[in-house]
Design a protein around this ligand. Structure first.
Ligand code: SF4
Length: 404
């Protein structure tokens, strides 16, 4: 993917399930109009799903997930269940493809239960209708699922299927905004982005770029400065800005420079609201207030980025947590797509801003924590709390009532 493309985390994820030889690869080729073999369907192939960012009209940019390895053969049952769950946690829509010549087995029935449990809408597709037309009703009845007939071979039914995919894929990403719902056209927003040794060379980081784009989308004005230039920027304005958004790491300095009448928040807090459940994280902070030495804490980062000397997840946050608890903590780190199964063994989860996860996946992590009664906060909420400005940085975020 090039830097100009829609980030994967902002694209709806569509997972394609079906038995070996049901026609998953041909379906993907028919939908995309390209000949892309995403994965070999040879027996013994990997169980890792394959992700492909692409454009499906009329839906637009999306990610297709080929689950070719999650099959009813050649894979241990438990592993299949685990892989299916992992895929569904990030899927906005599942397509279940059925080959009428193979019929229906427990594989399809168990998948339908999993879709239901994970709250993922499903589109049933009956392939190979060029071979068998008469069985559609019978199979649909057996699965209790509407089946859309197609032939990946002849292309019959594919155009209608694409319309169905567009209609049934939730598009929270494109409707929701990071900050635009707090701004009116013409409002000025100052973004404070430190350029220190942790900043990537020659560019801004993804949350900053996405926030600027969101401000522009809402016909508001974005002024981007380093914290050192903030006083000059403020002095140059005739009127105070509508909002200041800062990197969490310079919260304290920025807060000290601003009059308390100017609303202040952070990129991480905006992303907690955009990607996840800020309300749950505000509840989670109560556990931080009462943290005791020895407590078991999970620090989760959604990617394996290059670690700096004073790395936020492995150095800064643990240092602040132990200061708050008044002694050593039992901290475990997870990064990338791995996430522990035994969440109940932790007293607190501290999660990164999740810029690489889609909203569905981050909400799934929050839901899992809630199910196990484990409080969860993210870096932004935690750092704002530790700097004593959580109240200030969240009190103005009332544009989207269901989040906070
Ligand atoms: S650690 Fe989290 S917030 Fe940081 S870059 Fe990775 S996904 Fe984004």
């Amino acid at each position: 993917m090039s830097l100009n493309d829609t980030p994967r985390a902002n694209r709806p994820h569509i997972a394609i399930f079906g038995r070996r030889n049901a026609g998953k690869s041909s379906l993907i080729n028919a939908i995309t109009g390209q000949d892309i073999a995403l994965v070999s369907e040879q027996a013994g192939t990997t169980t890792d799903p394959v992700y492909k960012s692409m454009e499906i009209l009329p839906l637009g940019p999306c990610v297709l997930i080929d689950t070719a390895g999650i099959d009813d053969e050649g894979t241990l049952g438990q592993l299949r269940v685990k892989k299916t769950r992992e895929v569904l946690e990030k899927s906005d829509l599942a397509i279940l493809i059925i080959d009428p010549t193979l019929g229906i087995s427990n594989f399809e029935k168990n998948l339908l239960k999993s879709f239901d449990q994970q709250g993922v809408p499903v589109l049933g597709v009956l392939n190979k209708i060029d071979l068998l037309k008469d069985e559609i009703e019978e199979l649909a009845k057996e699965l209790d699922l509407n089946l859309h007939p197609i032939s990946a071979l002849t292309g019959e039914g594919i155009a209608e299927l694409k319309e169905l995919v567009a209609r049934h894929t939730p598009t929270d990403y494109t409707r929701d905004s990071i900050v635009g719902d707090l701004l009116s056209p013409g409002d000025l927003c100052i973004l404070v982005t430190p350029i220190d040794s942790a900043a990537p060379k020659g560019r801004l980081i993804l949350p900053q770029v996405q926030t600027i784009r969101d401000i522009l989308n809402h016909n508001a004005l974005a002024l981007v400065v380093k914290e050192t230039e903030l006083p000059a920027a403020l002095a140059s304005l005739k009127e105070p800005p509508r909002l200041v958004i800062t990197d969490s790491q310079v919260f304290k300095e920025v807060s000290a420079l601003l009059d308390t009448s100017i609303p202040l928040t952070s990129f991480s807090i905006l992303f907690a609201r955009y990607k996840a459940d800020l309300k749950a994280m505000m509840e989670g902070i109560k556990t931080v207030e009462n943290l005791k030495p020895g407590a078991r804490v999970l620090i989760a980062e959604a990617c394996t980025h290059h670690r700096q000397e004073d790395d936020i997840g492995t150095i800064k946050i643990p240092r602040l947590l132990e200061k708050q608890a008044g002694g050593k903590l039992d901290i475990t780190w997870y990064s990338g797509s791995s996430y522990p199964e035994d969440l109940e063994s932790y007293e607190l989860i501290i999660h990164c801003g999740a810029c690489m996860l889609n909203r569905k996946q981050m909400l799934s992590r929050v839901r899992k924590a809630r199910e196990k009664n484990v409080p969860i906060v993210n870096y932004g909420v935690f750092l704002a709390y530790m700097n004593g400005i959580l109240e200030r940085t969240t009190s103005n975020l009332t544009g989207r009532g269901d989040r906070i």
